[in-house]
Ligand binder design. Structure first.
Ligand SMILES: *[C@@H]1O[C@H](CO)[C@@H](O)[C@H](O)[C@H]1NC(C)=O
Ligand SMILES: *[C@@H]1O[C@H](CO)[C@@H](O)[C@H](O)[C@H]1NC(C)=O
Ligand SMILES: *[C@@H]1O[C@H](CO)[C@@H](O)[C@H](O)[C@H]1NC(C)=O
Ligand SMILES: *[C@@H]1O[C@H](CO)[C@@H](O)[C@H](O)[C@H]1NC(C)=O
Ligand SMILES: *[C@@H]1O[C@H](CO)[C@@H](O)[C@H](O)[C@H]1NC(C)=O
Ligand SMILES: *[C@@H]1O[C@H](CO)[C@@H](O)[C@H](O)[C@H]1NC(C)=O
Length: 718
């Protein structure tokens, strides 16, 4: 009991106990006091034995000061168990390794660093006088020494060339197989070296693992042969670095010449292995902040791009549009087709918006009209109407393909008409003059299209805005009617700035306000259009002399003077068949008769134009012929009246010369050139009886005036 107590006392006070009698040497190091140390080896305050610090070309040795006397023991044997750790410097290759050494001397001044591990030197080999037994944990691959890799365990006898070598691994008693280990992990590694008889066994294992039941290396060694004539041998450790460096530590060491009495390891008592964090700490602000900043920036840019893209291509789609899916284009496809609505593809600016040319996949050339609107009111009906129009097929209609909806914007896709609109050819001096036969073809074509709309389709379709700027010319200069329902849609949208609403002054039949749109009002507009094409002038031109200002009146005056051909477009240069021109002019006057009942139907118009039917008998003095009775709106009272138009001095808004050529100022009337009666449908179930919706009258103001005031009075009216 007393002896046992004494032992405890010795262990705890000296941290070392060595029982040396004749048979047995055993000791255990916990805090490594009283060791032989040289070179870089030192004991740290925490109780760690550090063999090398993390700097280049170092070596360190630590030996148990007293030689082990093997001669006295009957059978030569020893066992040792130690815990070591090799901690590589961050960013630097780790090396070179730790060696357990059995040597007749503690003097290793001749030894070299790096691959000689502080034990051997360049000329050391088997034949030399060096006598040493070493067990190496090598973390550098030296092909010179026939190393197998940079993570191996070897038994060296007198030479760095191992007599036995194995890749670092341990036999897992549980899994019953060898598990590989990383010597340079920086984690503590247990090592057992057992010598008995003529076998030297070496095992390694992670700290938490029991001693493997099978050694990693088992090699026959006769220590008596290695150290002849020597019975007193020193045991200890060596470690070295080169350019490959690591902190190499021994944490705990137990040794005994009697395997059975080897001190057991108490893991809880092991000191902590320091891991070099200093470089990390220095880097930390950058290492942590930089990626975060980068990530934030990248994320920001990506989300920015995403939202820009989303905004760029954003569309509006509602449930009711499901049925029109086939006619719906994605904004992205239109954006790409028009090269991002580039200037190069810009075709023109109409009253409703800008028109761009575009190339869709499969070589389809389209015209895309961007119509801006202020609200969603009326959009649904308009889309429905426009889409249903796409089933109308006639060679003199502009084929409509589909649409796309965005916030406050509607895009209408139709076939591209390479020759632009008719009014450009009539009024633009840059464009070649259309010959009379070409004009007649256009007039006949549009007549046929209107006739089809009024009678040929399942339902009566009213165009409501027949005029030269709404007639397009295809590649063969055939006239094609376009822009269905645009005017009315714009009334719903409430865009007062546009000059062309339902009907355009000069083309609007006087009864439009009171009776609403009908096939008759289309015929009236067509009559004005025919005169426009023949005379090469706009219906109302305030800058002309009083007698010429108003086209219908003037043509009629010419007829009265028996010089109808005087009204012909001077650009034609007299190259026409007089009978044809006269016939078209008279038909124009007949169609623009202010008495609706006196106008022919479109079917009759087609017959007259094709000379299948002679014109009825009428003269310039016939009632309703040659009378211009524009629709007048008194903005203050919103009382609608028909009266004769008195034109004041020319006053054209320069900004609207192209597309509001009919903006003229009456002497005693407020601005009221654009009038929309909202009371008709394009599509009505019963032919010839358009359904009348809530009639309302709207005035649109010129850009010179404040549109808001009129808008508000309009909305209050509604
Ligand atoms: C080893 O040294 C450390 C620090 O000096 C000390 O805390 C510890 O108690 C020592 N261990 C033993 C077994 O004395
Ligand atoms: C052993 O020594 C000889 C002579 O010094 C030398 O030539 C040979 O390379 C050495 N062998 C090893 C393995 O170091
Ligand atoms: C190498 O070591 C041996 C002893 O092991 C020594 O005799 C010899 O001088 C050493 N050679 C050099 C070059 O240091
Ligand atoms: C060495 O290993 C062999 C094979 O595993 C075993 O038979 C022998 O007892 C071991 N010797 C020592 C000293 O551990
Ligand atoms: C070991 O070597 C010594 C000396 O060479 C020899 O006497 C002994 O028999 C050897 N032991 C064995 C087990 O071979
Ligand atoms: C060992 O000692 C014997 C005599 O005691 C001697 O003959 C022999 O040469 C020595 N061997 C060595 C390697 O020193």
């Amino acid at each position: 009991m007393a002896r046992w107590l004494l032992q405890i006392l010795i262990i705890s006070s000296l941290h070392l106990f060595s029982l040396s009698n004749q048979q047995e040497t055993r000791f255990v190091y916990e805090n490594f006091t009283n060791l032989y140390l040289d070179k870089s080896a030192k004991v740290l305050p925490s109780g760690l034995l550090q063999l090398t610090t993390a700097s280049e070309h170092q070596m360190g040795h630590a030996f148990y000061k007293k030689p082990i006397d093997f001669s006295s023991s009957g059978s030569l044997s020893f066992s040792t168990h130690f815990v070591c750790a090799m901690v590589p410097k961050p960013g630097v290759e780790g090396g070179h390794g730790i060696v357990f050494v059995v040597s007749p001397s503690m003097d290793f001044s001749h030894a070299e660093t790096t691959r000689y591990l502080g034990v051997f030197n360049a000329s050391t080999n088997e034949s030399s006088s060096s006598r040493v037994l070493a067990v190496e944990l090598d973390t550098i691959w030296n092909p010179d020494f026939k190393d197998i890799n940079n993570n191996h365990v070897g038994i060296d006898v007198n030479s760095p060339l191992s007599v036995a070598i194995a890749s670092a691994s341990y036999y897992s008693n549980i899994k019953a197989k060898y598990e590989s280990m990383d010597l340079l992990s920086g984690k503590p590694i247990q090592v057992w070296v057992d010598y008995e008889g003529t076998m030297l066994n070496v095992s390694i294992a992670p700290l938490e693992v029991q001693k493997p039941s099978r050694p990693l290396l088992s090699h026959p060694i006769n220590i008596s042969e290695i150290f002849p004539n020597r019975s007193r041998l020193f045991v200890g450790f060596s470690a070295a670095t080169g350019t490959a460096i690591s902190d190499q530590y021994i944490l705990w060491w137990s040794f005994s010449t009697n395997r059975g009495s080897l001190q057991r390891l108490d893991i809880a008592k092991l000191p902590q292995v320091p891991h070099p964090k200093a470089p990390h700490k220095k880097l930390s602000p950058l290492v942590f902040i930089l990626p975060v900043v980068l990530a934030v920036v990248v994320l920001g840019v990506l989300t920015g791009l995403y939202f820009r893209r989303r905004k760029k291509y954003s569309e509006v789609s509602e449930k009711w549009e499901k049925e029109f899916d086939a006619h719906r284009f994605s904004y992205k496809s239109l954006y790409k087709a028009t090269k991002g609505f580039s200037k190069d593809e810009f075709l023109g600016k109409g009253g409703f918006g800008e028109v761009y040319r575009g190339d869709l996949p499969q070589g389809r050339e389209v015209a895309v009209k961007r119509v801006s609107h202020n609200g969603d009111e009326g959009v649904k009906q308009f889309v429905a109407e426009v889409v249903s129009m796409s089933c109308l097929k006639h060679r003199n209609l502009v084929p409509f393909f589909g649409y796309c909806r965005r916030k406050r914007e509607l895009l209408l896709v139709s076939e591209y008409m390479p020759n632009g609109s008719l009014d450009e050819h009539l009024f633009d001096d840059q464009k070649p003059v259309l010959s009379w036969p070409q004009r007649l073809v256009v007039v006949k074509g549009i007549a046929s299209a209107l006739c089809y709309l009024h009678t040929g389709a399942d339902q009566v379709v009213l165009h409501r805005d027949v005029k030269a700027s709404n007639i397009m010319l295809d590649a063969e200069f055939n006239g094609r009617l376009g822009d269905f329902g645009m005017a009315r849609f714009h009334d719903h949208g409430g865009n007062a700035a546009t000059t062309a609403a339902v009907g355009t002054v000069g083309y609007m039949a006087p009864e439009l306000i009171t009776m609403g749109a009908s096939t008759g009002t289309d015929v009236y507009a067509f009559g004005v259009f025919m005169l426009e094409v023949t005379c090469g002038r706009r219906p109302v031109e305030p800058q002309l002399q009083v007698e010429k200002r108003h086209m219908i009146k003037w043509v009629c005056e010419c007829w009265k003077k028996d010089s109808l051909l005087d009204a012909t477009d001077p650009k034609l240069g007299g190259e026409y068949i007089p009978e044809e021109v006269e016939m078209v002019m008279k038909l124009g006057l007949l169609c623009s008769n202010i008495v609706p009942e006196s106008r022919p139907t479109m079917e009759q118009v087609v017959l007259y134009l094709n000379k299948n039917l002679p014109l009825p008998d009428f003269s310039p003095y016939t009632l309703g012929i040659g009378t211009f009775a524009p629709v007048l709106v008194d903005a203050s009272s919103l009382v609608v009246s028909s009266a004769s138009w008195n034109w004041s001095a020319p006053s054209m808004s320069s900004s609207s010369t192209n597309y509001s050529p009919y903006a003229c100022q009456p002497t005693d009337q407020p601005w009221g050139q654009t009038i929309d009666t909202k009371n008709s449908l394009h599509l009505v179930a019963e032919p010839e009886k358009p359904k009348v919706l809530s009639p309302a009258v709207k005035t649109a103001t010129s850009p010179a005036e404040d549109p808001e005031s009129n808008l508000s009075s309009l909305s209050s009216q509604r």
